[in-house]
Design a binder for this molecule. Sequence first.
Ligand code: FES
Length: 103
Amino acid sequence: MEHDVCALADLPDGGKLRVDAGGEDVLLCRSSSDIRAVRNMCTHAASTLEEGRLRNGILSCPLHGARFDLSDGGRCLGGAGYRPLTLFPVRVADGRVLVTVEG
Ligand code: FES
């Protein structure tokens, strides 16, 4: 189901925004016109990601520093080998950010 989560203007270039998408804790990450919606939970341990660093589409976990490539399906970079982050379909329409989550 698709959820209207925020205005595009609420999500600055290079920034992150934690939103609720139908009960799902989602972190929006924006790099220029590229917006990704990721489940706000690291695949290593129980750490949310909103305090992590976002640089060039790479999101770093604040707890142990694992890096995930949001433009490559949330793939974990380096040798850590954790599962990819969960990404949700996201689009922009009429200045609003819309995220699709199952259920
Ligand atoms: S909890 Fe994210 S790298 Fe360990």
